[in-house]
Design a protein around this ligand. Structure first.
Ligand SMILES: Cc1cc2nc3c(=O)[nH]c(=O)nc-3n(C[C@H](O)[C@H](O)[C@H](O)COP(=O)(O)OP(=O)(O)OC[C@H]3O[C@@H](n4cnc5c(N)ncnc54)[C@H](O)[C@@H]3O)c2cc1C
Length: 428
């Protein structure tokens, strides 16, 4: 059995950020494992012009360690792109640039990273946590779970393997397979950023579909709020205030600030509107389009004509409505979970009265009595406990610096006050 001090599971931005914060400290032996052999950042949505919804300063390290060799700007500099990037007047990176930046960080981290290795189990044995992977067993004092989220795919009457229906996380691959879209009808279910990006992508080339239907549950499209006051919640001060608040207040805060995390960027909506303006002005006969608000998808079924039938409820009339399409894209978001490690957490970690895992201020899980001398950290796993900062890059650097300080047993990173506009109280 191999051993290390800390095992990091998953090499997405959360654990890459933590690894970058641990790198260069000889006092800690850590290992990072990632199930994919060639990890890409949300590959299915790496559309050519898609941009991040967050500032280039909110990379893996900058907000807690601006002098780090792992900043996005160091990546640009090393690749001779810095001048051109700045002259292009970007303030939020292209998603494809960010993906390349993550790959560069992964490479820089070197031999401690093991790609193509999936964690399959976790148990407690003789005062250590033992990870079973598809390659080895690895004993560690601490484990950090950074396993991300999984696509939320509603259960319907249709066979889940039906290729006419797919989640937005597979969009690029399926779009390639579908080839020329002329003559086809496509429905997009969901009212968020991914749905809007897919819609624009589908009308950007000449081979546009014959008919496009966009169904959103809300009675209005939620617009992404990136204004200065919303950014106040992506600060260490707010993180401390949020954690210290009772659960009902946290829930209210999350509802109040939902649009700071979840919504369509104004520029994107404008681009869609302008694209349809041009198509209409040119007298384009297709795509015939229907943009429908207040429609909740209830089921998908085979229409018997080769098409898929979508049943949805109209929030205004309360009536069921049926819509058909050749292809249905589910831009229905993501949900948290620990995949193969979920059963292990049932035996290792405590749950509250509602059955939810209990997360501490330092991002550890509250473990069951008798499990001592070890810690399980979880990143990007509880919006309810940490707020919208948890799933977003805006808080990644702060969270990693907090965890790194705990793992190293000293304050390597100064994670202090942030001079917010609003007085969130606390000990900043
Ligand atoms: C399309 C899209 C765009 C987004 N854009 C933004 C944005 O612009 N700004 C922003 O702030 N946030 C954005 N987000 C939010 C997103 O959650 C974060 O940006 C970020 O990807 C979270 O990082 P993570 O490491 O927690 O999870 P992930 O990026 O999902 O990484 C988790 C990793 O763990 C690996 N893994 C899972 N299980 C195992 C296992 N058993 N063994 C080994 N490895 C495993 C996975 O393969 C994956 O590589 C976006 C999300 C999506 C889906």
């Amino acid at each position: 059995m191999q051993t290390c001090d800390v095992a990091l599971v998953g090499a997405g931005p959360s654990n890459l950020s933590l690894a970058a914060h641990l790198e260069g400290d000889p006092g800690l032996d850590w290992a990072l494992l990632e199930r994919r052999a060639e990890p890409r950042w949300h590959e299915g949505m790496l559309l050519p012009d898609a941009r991040l919804q967050s500032s280039h300063f909110k990379d893996l390290v900058f907000m807690s360690d601006p002098g780090s060799p792992f900043t996005f700007f160091s990546y640009l500099h090393e690749h001779g792109l810095l001048y051109r990037y700045i002259h292009a007047e970007y303030s939020t990176p292209l998603r494809r640039d960010f993906d390349r930046y993550l790959q560069w960080v992964l490479l820089k981290l070197g031999e401690r990273v093991s790609l193509g290795e999936a964690a399959l189990g976790l148990h407690y044995e003789n005062g250590r946590l033992v990870l079973s992977t598809d390659r080895r067993t690895l004993a560690a004092r601490d484990v950090v779970l950074g396993m991300g989220h999984t696509p939320r795919i509603p259960r319907t009457s249709l066979d889940p393997s039906d290729e006419r229906v797919f989640h937005s996380s597979r969009y690029r691959e399926r779009r390639r397979d579908l080839g020329d879209l002329r003559g086809r009808s496509i429905a997009i279910v969901g009212g968020g950023q991914s749905a809007a990006e897919i819609l624009l992508d589908l009308v950007s080339d000449d081979d546009m579909p014959r008919r496009l239907t966009w169904l959103s549950r809300g009675l209005a499209f939620r617009m992404f709020d990136e204004t200065v006051l919303c950014n106040d919640i992506y600060t260490p001060e707010f993180a401390r205030y949020f954690f210290g608040s009772p659960a009902p207040v946290r829930a209210r805060l999350n509802e109040t600030y939902k649009s700071s995390s979840d919504g369509i960027v104004a520029d994107l909506m404008l681009s869609i509107f302008r694209r349809f303006y041009v198509l209409d002005r040119e007298g384009a006969s297709h795509p015939e389009r229907r943009i429908l608000l207040g429609r909740t998808m209830q089921d998908l079924a085979d229409a018997g004509t080769g098409e898929v039938e979508i049943t949805c409820e109209d929030a205004t009339t309360g009536r069921a409505e049926r819509i058909t399409a050749d292809i249905v894209v589910l831009a229905t978001g993501y949900e948290t979970g620990f995949g193969a490690l979920e059963p292990a957490l049932d035996t290792l970690a405590q749950r509250d009265a509602q059955g939810a895992l209990v997360f501490e201020r330092d991002y550890t899980l509250r473990l069951r009595p008798g499990i001592e001398g070890v810690r399980i950290f979880a990143q990007n796993a509880s919006v309810d406990t940490y707020g919208w900062v948890d799933p977003n890059l805006g808080g990644t650097s702060y969270r990693s610096a907090t965890i790194a300080n705990v793992l190293l047993g000293r304050d390597r990173y100064r994670n202090g006050g942030s001079a917010t506009f609003v007085d969130w109280g606390g000990d900043a």
